[in-house]
Every structure is written in C-alpha cells, then in structure tokens.
Design a protein around this ligand. Structure first.
Ligand code: PEP
Length: 257
C-alpha cells in the first residue's frame, strides 16, 4: 500500500495578533525545507487574511466554519468568507467547540459539507473522553461519531482529513500508547473505506493531542498515521518545525523503502 503524504497542521486556537505574523512568516519559510510534508496553520478567523497575505503559497486555514452559505447568523463565518479571506482549509468539530458551543455530529457534518462544497479542504476532528477510554468504549464511540459526522460524499478537488484527537490528550501532555493510536487509526481507516469505497483510501487520518518534537517521530511511524494536528506546539517555529521535520524523516524513509 502506498503511504499518503503527511500533513502537519497547527491549530493556533485563540492565539495570534498582528505581532505574531513574523512567527507565521518564520514557520512558512522553514516549512519550505520539507517539501515532502504538507504544512498548514489554522489561525483565528480575524487573522486569516493578514496571515495569507504575509505567506503567499503557504496553507492558512480557519478553525471553524458555519454550515449555511450566508444569512442571519451573527458572529459566524461562512465557507465562502474563509476562502475569500485566503484560507485553503478549515478545521471542523474540534472537541473544544463540540463542548463549549455544544456542536452536534449533525452540525459538524453540515459544516464539513459546506467547506468541501466551495473547495475548502476540511480537517474533521473526532475523539473520545477519558471516561469512554477507561470503560473500553473508545473505538465504538469514535466510529459512532464518524458515522454521524462524515460528509455525504467526496466530490471535487477539496480534500477531507480526519483528526483523531482523544479529548484527554489535548493540551495535557498525555498521549495514548502506540497500540491505542494504531488500533483507532485502523478502525477509522476501515470506516472511511466502508463509507467512501476506494476514495476513502486518500483521506488522511491525523493524530492530535500533545504532539511535540520528542514524541512526533514515534507517532508518525505508526501505521495509518498520515500526519498530525498540533495545538500548543504549533505557536512557535522552534517547537513546530521539528515536528514537521519528524514527519519529513518518516516520509523520506517511506519513499526510500
Ligand atoms: C488541538 O487542540 O487540536 C491539540 C492537538 O492541542 P495540543 O497539541 O496542545 O494537545
């Protein structure tokens, strides 16, 4: 089986001011040294246009998108608005939004579909709580989330990626064992094949949750891990680029083999 090109995407969450554009420039410049890896930064919506102008050709994304094309949705951002601002991708269904904004799987599915429809690449997040992990229901709960939130079909050029992000690993420094990651990614990959047939094989499955330079190499070497969604360690080039380099090293090894 041929491996998919790795994607390392940073999620800046609610971080980023004009004064941080210099860091985004540094990240984009240094990422150019790893053409074997796709690299992206998902920044606050208000920073997207300035970030995209600061780093032409580098992938800037949003962190959420509304499911409606336009209308009476105060404070929300449509997929076309993201594109118009210069974004090429967006995250949907991050657990922080599922929790704080009470986003349902059905809403996440509609958001993913609205992004793909206009040509935005979409990273759809799923992941289990600690309770579900501890009672042995992690795989069942994540595949259930997927069944309810995967977009109906994959059409056009825009790409879907899935980010498996155990809630208990986000921002905590805790990370599942390689066996737990491998088991979950294999289950997600199987669901993607069932849902999309041959097209499911080109959907990248990212791992997210406390990825940093010291564990990235091990994470990227796990079968079916096609990249990472990185929170805290994406804010500074000094933390983020070593993660990109780790993805590049695995990618290089894969193409030599
Ligand atoms: C995230 O919020 O998507 C994330 C993976 O965060 P962190 O890397 O900080 O755990």
């Amino acid at each position: 089986m041929t491996s998919l090109k790795k994607l390392v995407a940073g999620n800046w969450k609610m971080h980023g001011l004009s004064s941080d554009l210099a860091e985004i420039r540094t990240i984009a410049e240094q990422a150019r040294g790893y053409p074997q890896v796709d690299v992206a930064l998902c920044v606050p919506s208000i920073l997207i246009e300035r970030a995209a102008r600061a780093v032409p050709g580098f992938a800037i994304g949003g962190q959420d998108v509304h499911y409606a094309e336009k209308g009476a949705h105060t404070g929300c951002t449509s997929a076309l608005m993201l594109l118009d601002a210069g974004a090429v991708l967006t995250i949907v269904g991050h657990s922080e939004r599922r929790d704080a904004q009470r986003e349902s799987d059905a809403e996440v599915k509609a958001k993913a579909e609205s992004g793909l429809l206009v040509g935005l690449n979409v990273i759809l997040c799923v992941g289990e709580s600690l309770d579900l992990r501890e009672c042995g229901k992690a795989v069942e709960s994540v595949t259930g989330q997927l069944d309810r939130s995967l977009p109906g079909n994959l059409h056009g050029e825009a790409e879907l990626a899935i980010a498996y992000e155990p809630i208990w690993a986000i921002g905590t420094g805790k990370i599942p064992t390689t066996g737990q990651i491998a088991e979950m990614h294999a289950a997600i990959r199987a669901r993607l094949r069932e849902c999309y047939g041959a097209d499911g094989a080109r959907v990248r499955v990212l791992y997210g949750g406390s990825v940093k330079a010291s564990n990235a190499g091990e994470v990227f070497s796990i079968t079916d891990v096609d990249g990472a969604l990185v929170g805290g360690a994406s804010l500074m080039a000094g933390d983020f680029i070593p993660i990109v380099a780790a993805a590049g090293a695995v990618e290089g090894a894969a193409s030599i083999a």
